[in-house]
Design a protein around this ligand. Structure first.
Ligand code: AGP
Length: 633
């Protein structure tokens, strides 16, 4: 996610804003920019692609010319438009007087941009953010003052957004506002100075007195303080709270590790990946960067999904979805194996490469080989502008997961975002190929819309999670108890059937890569063909047994395991009140469409692995021998 920092006070604003942005670097970004206000020079904007050092070098060449006591700054994690200077924030209106920074996704930006262009507004970037500056300009032109123009503009944008804005005619103030459940905006109160940031670490060295903007609120901030109001104009009273913990802890949002924070960010990652991409009619999904027309989709005869590690598990789920929803033959291969095969591909083959980093060597080599063999290549990628995005960009295009930067080495939110993206792709292919009955497609669209809230429920979230809170206490108690019981195990078995078999593999990988316990994932139907010999009282068995077509068979597997003194942890549907008598432990998830259930079934497995690894004293965010992205072969 992007980093936001703003200052209003008696000091020179620029060094303070740059310092705040540096403290947000852990969030990951690919460009940066600042806007400084002064009576004399109005608003001055400087932006640079890449790291903050590039921006700092640009500013250094001006020998401190940018002076002013109010400024806003931003580090951008690209979602719309590549990471270039042109797309870096802040973005300005036509007059160059109103300047904004933004975190989130303006879901209705295309409609707004079309309207604004028709009214004569000229856009200079590919971003959704820029529409906010022009919306404010439209209201200023209509006679509203700057805070009112900003309030009206915030009321017109849809989706989860966090925004700061300044205007040359009001060099004394910053407006900050939130819509939807975007990442937070925190207001900090100093001694005759004020701060606004997207995250606590940016400001904790300067003040510990903070308040958080809620969704649908804005703040008008001057050096004297912050006036809060709802976007309908009604004033808001809120007390400042004193933050006790240190900045690095704050970077983890009150969570002990980035991995746990990212596990609990999954409802937001799913929302960002899904919102704005569903349609109420065929082809049921609108995938803006995917270059597969209806005719292209109808001409396909075969799909090959290629990836490594956790992303390979996502491909296995994608196979089921593409076969079932699009009626297309789909196969899956490891990137490290695909590259050695005799590739019998042609223009009727779609190769889908899945990669969080977009930099995994084996996956990249496979993409190049697939293109050389004549196939269309599509990327499902989390990092805008990565090599995989570029390799797919001029072929079948890119379907971006919008999970935000994933810092923990063990992939969590990127994986479930990959599953959501592959669900959207399968829906789109089915919609293009007329293989999907309309009523079934509508059911899936509704199930996808409900998924972020169901994921929140599966994670034990209540209401709008407070960034200071960390993990829900009930969830911590449940999984710490499980970790106390199972952290000494030497072997674990994970079993599932059908579309849940890949989730058994993913659960095993999560456990082994962060706790170093040997764990195997198996198709449950294979138990009698060997693995059942492993089971005794020292080998916990995790069984994914949801209310789906293979439920009864999974219950039989559970009974077989328990007959051999195996301790069974069942991942079950909330509606299942019978399974408690069959398993030692039951972890439930909300009932959803079985084709989307892998996304929810993954969540308890991630938590189980995390708490066992913590109980074993492992370095959860940086497991031994592992790198976040395997850029070598
Ligand atoms: C998963 O937890 C691991 N970090 C690893 O298996 C990872 O999924 C794999 O290296 C692929 O990375 P990518 O998605 O960036 O291509």
């Amino acid at each position: 996610m992007c980093g936001i920092m703003a200052y209003a006070g008696p000091q020179q604003a620029l060094p303070i804003v740059l310092d705040g942005l540096r403290r947000l670097e852990y969030r990951g970004y690919d460009s940066a920019g600042v806007a400084v206000l002064s009576e004399r020079a109005g608003v001055s904007v400087r932006r640079a692609p890449g790291k903050l050092d590039n921006l700092a070098s640009l500013l250094a060449r001006e020998n401190g010319a940018l002076r002013g006591t109010v400024a806003i700054g931003h580090t951008r994690w690209a979602t719309h438009g590549p990471p270039t200077e042109r797309n870096a924030h802040p973005h300005a209106d036509c007059a160059g007087e109103t300047v904004v920074t933004h975190n989130g996704i303006v879901e209705n930006y295309e409609t707004l941009k079309t309207q604004l262009e028709a009214e004569g507004h000229r856009f200079t970037s590919d971003t959704d953010t820029e529409v906010i500056a022009h919306l404010i300009e439209r209201h200023l032109t209509a006679g509203a003052d700057f805070p009112e123009a900003a309030r009206l503009a915030l009321g017109e944008i849809r989706g989860a957004n966090a925004v700061t804005a300044v205007n040359a005619r009001r060099p004394d103030l910053v407006v900050a506002g939130r819509t939807g459940h975007a990442g937070g905006l925190v207001v900090g109160k100093g001694d005759g100075e004020m701060f606004v940031a997207s995250d606590l670490p940016a400001i904790l060295e300067r003040t510990r007195d903070v308040l958080f903007l809620e969704s649908g609120e804005m703040a008008v901030v001057t050096s004297a303080g912050a006036q809060l109001l709802r976007l309908d104009g009604t004033p808001v009273e809120r007390r400042y709270q004193r933050v006790q913990y240190d900045p690095m802890a704050a970077a983890k949002g009150g969570y002990r590790h980035f991995m746990l924070k990212e596990i609990h960010e999954q409802p937001r990652a799913l929302l960002d990946t899904i919102q704005g991409r569903l349609l109420p009619h065929a082809p049921w999904a609108r995938l803006e960067d995917v270059r597969l027309t209806r005719d292209d989709a109808r001409a396909l005869r075969r799909v090959v999904l290629v990836a490594c590690g956790t992303a390979w598990h996502a491909c296995l789920v994608g196979k089921y979805l593409i076969e079932e929803l699009a009626g297309l033959n789909a196969e899956v291969d490891y990137g490290s194996e695909f590259r050695y095969r005799r590739l019998l591909l042609d223009e009727h083959t779609l190769v889908i490469a899945v990669s969080q980093s977009g930099e995994t060597a084996d996956t990249l080599v496979s993409m190049e080989a697939a293109r050389a063999a004549g196939a269309k290549v599509l990327g499902v990628v989390n990092v805008v502008g990565s090599q995989a995005a570029r390799l797919a960009g001029d072929s079948a295009g890119v379907l971006y997961t919008r999970a935000g930067p994933e810092i923990g080495v063990a992939s969590t939110k990127a994986f479930t975002a990959q599953l959501a993206a592959l669900s959207l792709l399968a829906l789109y292919l089915g919609g293009c190929r007329d293989g999907l009955p309309e009523d079934d497609a509508r059911r899936l669209v509704e199930a996808l819309e409900a998924l972020p809230d169901e994921a929140a429920a599966a994670l034990g979230h209540t209401g709008d999670m407070d960034p200071l809170q960390g993990a829900p206490p009930e969830s911590v108690r449940t999984y710490e108890a499980l970790a106390n019981r199972y952290h000494r195990a030497k072997d674990f078995l994970f079993i599932g059937r059908g579309i849940q078999y890949p989730i058994a593999l993913e659960g095993a990988l999560k456990l082994k890569e962060i706790s170093y316990i040997h764990a195997e994932g198996y198709p449950a139907g294979e138990m009698k063909h060997g693995p059942i010999a492993l089971i005794d009282r020292d080998v916990p068995v995790v069984a994914i047994a949801l209310r789906d077509p293979v439920y009864d068979k999974m219950v039989s597997n559970i009974q077989e395991a328990r007959a051999r003194e195996g301790q069974v942890i069942a991942i079950a549907s909330e509606s299942d009140d019978a399974i408690a008598s069959k398993a030692d432990t039951v972890l439930t998830i909300p009932d959803t469409d079985p084709r989307l259930a892998p996304i929810l079934a993954t969540l308890p497995l991630q938590l189980l692995s995390y708490y066992i690894a913590v109980r074993r004293g492992c370095d959860v965010d940086q497991p031994r021998n592992l790198a976040k992205s395997v850029t070598v072969e």
